[in-house]
Design a protein around this ligand. Structure first.
Ligand SMILES: Nc1ncnc2c1ncn2[C@@H]1O[C@H](COP(=O)(O)OP(=O)(O)O)[C@@H](O)[C@H]1O
Ligand SMILES: [Mg+2]
Length: 333
C-alpha cells in the first residue's frame, strides 16, 4: 500500500528538498514530486505548488516495528502527512503524522507535549530522528470538520454549541500558556460525531509568544482565516497576538453554520481584498454592506448565545476583539 506525504517547501528550496530526500532514503522510503491537489482544507490558490509523495517501499516499514500503516487518514485527499496506523500487538488503530525533516515536527511535538486539555488532541508517543523520518501517534478520529461540513451528514441539535464551547475552552487554555495556534480552521479540527467531541490538531505553525523579532506573520493561517491586521502590509510589521485565533475561530463557526467558506475567491489577491473590505465595513458600521449582510446571514443559524460571542470575536480591531479565554469563562457561567 503506497503511503504519501506532502511537503510544501521543496518548491522554494532545493537544499530543503535534498535534505528531505536524504532523510527518506535513510528510512528506506522513496519520494517523487507531485502536483498538490485533493480534498484539502485550504485556500491555497497557488495549488500548482509541487509537493512530494512519499512511498512506502515494499519490505520496509517507515514507522519501525510497533505500528504499521493501513492507509492515508480520511479527509486527506490524495497526499497527506497523516496515516491510519495499526498497533501491531494490540491491533488498535491510531493516527500517525509523519515528516521527513526534523525541525517542524519536532517543534510541534514539543508544544503538544507541554499541553494537556480535553479539546486538544494529545500526542501518545513520538519518534524524532535527526536526519531521518520523525512521527507521532495520536488517537484516530472518524473525520475532520472540513470534510464533515461537506458531507451529507447533519449536525445533531446542540453540536454547533458543543463545537463552539470546546473551541473556546481549548484556545483559552492555549492562550493562557502563551501559545497561538495560528492555523485554526475546520481542517484542523477533528470530530467524533458519536460523542460530540471536537479536538484541535496541527500545531505545525503554532507560535509561542512573545513572537521572535522579525518573525514573518505571512506564514501563519490559511489566507481565508487570517485576520485583517495580518493582511495589511503597512509601515509597521504586523503583530501576531492570541486575538488572531479569535478571528479564525469566528470564521470557523461561520463555516460550520453555512457549510461554505466565508472568504473565498479565485486568487489570493481577491480573498485578501474581501477581508480588507469586510474589515472596512465593520469599522465604519456599514450595515447594508455586502459583507456585513453575508455575516448576518451566516450568524443567524447559530444559537443566540454563540451568535453574540461570534460577533464579539470578529471585531476588526484586535485590541477590542474578544479573547477566547473570556468567552470560555462566560460560557461556563
Ligand atoms: N488524529 C486524527 N484522526 C483522524 N484524522 C486526522 C487526525 N490527525 C489529522 N488527521 C487528518 O489529516 C489532516 C492533516 O493533518 P494535519 O495535522 O492538519 O497536517 P497538515 O500539517 O498537513 O495540515 C487533517 O485535516 C485530518 O483530516
Ligand atoms: Mg492541517
Amino acid at each position: 500500500m503506497p503511503a504519501f506525504q506532502k511537503a510544501e517547501f521543496c518548491k522554494e528550496s532545493t537544499e530543503a528538498f535534498k535534505k528531505q530526500r536524504e532523510s527518506c532514503l535513510k528510512a528506506g522510503v522513496r519520494i517523487r514530486p507531485v502536483q498538490r491537489q485533493g480534498l484539502e482544507d485550504s485556500n491555497r490558490v497557488d495549488s500548482g505548488k509541487i509537493g512530494i509523495a512519499l512511498q512506502n517501499t515494499p519490505g520496509t516499514n517507515m514507522l519501525g516495528t510497533s505500528f504499521k500503516i493501513v492507509g492515508p487518514a480520511k479527509g486527506q485527499g490524495s497526499f497527506g502527512a497523516v496515516y491510519v496506523v495499526e498497533h501491531v500487538h494490540s491491533r488498535r488503530r491510531y493516527a500517525a503524522k509523519v515528516e521527513p525533516v526534523l525541525a517542524s515536527l519536532d517543534r510541534e511535538i514539543q508544544i503538544l507535549k507541554g499541553i494537556s486539555h480535553e479539546a486538544i488532541l494529545p500526542v501518545l508517543c513520538s519518534h524524532v530522528e535527526d536526519g531521518g523520518l520523525s512521527w507521532y501517534i495520536m488517537p484516530l478520529l472518524p473525520t475532520n470538520l472540513f470534510a464533515y461540513l461537506r458531507s451529507e451528514n447533519q449536525f445533531a441539535h446542540g453540536s454547533q454549541d458543543a463545537l463552539f464551547n470546546q473551541l473556546m475552552d481549548g484556545l483559552g487554555f492555549l492562550h493562557d500558556r502563551g501559545v497561538v495556534h495560528a492555523d485554526i480552521k475546520p481542517g484542523n479540527i477533528v470530530y467524533n460525531p458519536g460523542t460530540e467531541h471536537f479536538y484541535i490538531i496541527d500545531f505545525g505553525i503554532a507560535v509561542v509568544l512573545p513572537t521572535p523579532r522579525g518573525q514573518t506573520t505571512e506564514s501563519v493561517y490559511t489566507l481565508a482565516f487570517r485576520p485583517p491586521e495580518l493582511i495589511e502590509q503597512g509601515e509597521l510589521a504586523p503583530v501576531l497576538t492570541v486575538k488572531a485565533d479569535s478571528w479564525a475561530a469566528a470564521l470557523t463557526m461561520l463555516e460550520a453554520s453555512t457549510r461554505t467558506r466565508f472568504f473565498d475567491g479565485r486568487s489570493k489577491v481577491a480573498i485578501a481584498e474581501k477581508i480588507r473590505s469586510f474589515a472596512r465595513e465593520l469599522s465604519f458600521g456599514l450595515a447594508g454592506g455586502p459583507h456585513l449582510t453575508k455575516l448576518q446571514g451566516a450568524i443567524n443559524n447559530l444559537s443566540p448565545s454563540t451568535q453574540k460571542h461570534v460577533a464579539e470575536l470578529i471585531h476588526y480591531d484586535p485590541r477590542r476583539r474578544a479573547s477566547c479565554g473570556n468567552v470560555a469563562e462566560e460560557l461556563r457561567n
